[in-house]
Design a protein around this ligand. Sequence first.
Ligand code: FPP
Length: 254
Amino acid sequence: MFKKLNKKKKNQPIESNSEIDLHNVPNHVAIIMDGNGRWAKQRKLPRIKGHYQGMQTIKKITKEASDLGIKYLTLYAFSTENWTRPKNEVNYIMNLPVNFLKTFLPELIENNVKVETIGFLKELPKATLEAIDKAKEKTKTNTGLKLIFAINYGGRAEIVHSVKSIYEKLSSEGSSSDQITEQMINEYLMTHSYPDPDLLIRTSGEQRISNFLIWQVSYSEFIFNEKFWPDFDKEELINCIKIYQSRQRRFGGL
Ligand code: FPP
């Protein structure tokens, strides 16, 4: 006979009514914002409507992350592999920063949020780059939440880029590979000025990394949330943080 298991829903906090511990909020949260297309499909809408709605979620979650005292929020907005999507979808996503930042920039400034990016930005359309540069410029002295958009970003490409730069440095100095350490590789990554993510969230129920921050998430806590990104909200974020707080991080120790 099988014993009837006391079923606890996956990824539910131990005490769902418990308060969030504001002294143990993850310093760096990274999010794979997945499910925009399926959210639209469910509603018989074109995929781009899902991305539009996803952008609205970014606004809400940024505000919430800032209010909670999260210091770094890294969002996977466009991967090096996303160029293979239909042209109209790629164009729409590339236009999002232009439209979004027009309306959202004043709020970001008001909330002391600093906009930053990781990724191969040179390959972006001119208008996209200009909108991003403007947001960075206008928020550069802000000291609150760092909102880091990963755009045209891929973890493997980032590591290749880092290794090439290290090789160039060492060969120009005539130094040997003995100089190469984990710290050195870190210093040559696009994320060199950020701590590693404490918490990685992926929405939409998929359980993959999809080439996102593959070096940096070595000791991050992973949470796979069932909601499509346009439906992810304050309650879901708080729930994720409670789950994070119920975990024991050991970093390879005991
Ligand atoms: C994943 O959903 C989402 C994306 C590939 C893009 C999301 C990007 C934004 C909402 C904002 C972009 C912002 C900037 C600043 C460039 P999916 O389309 O893969 O969903 P699916 O898996 O259901 O098809």
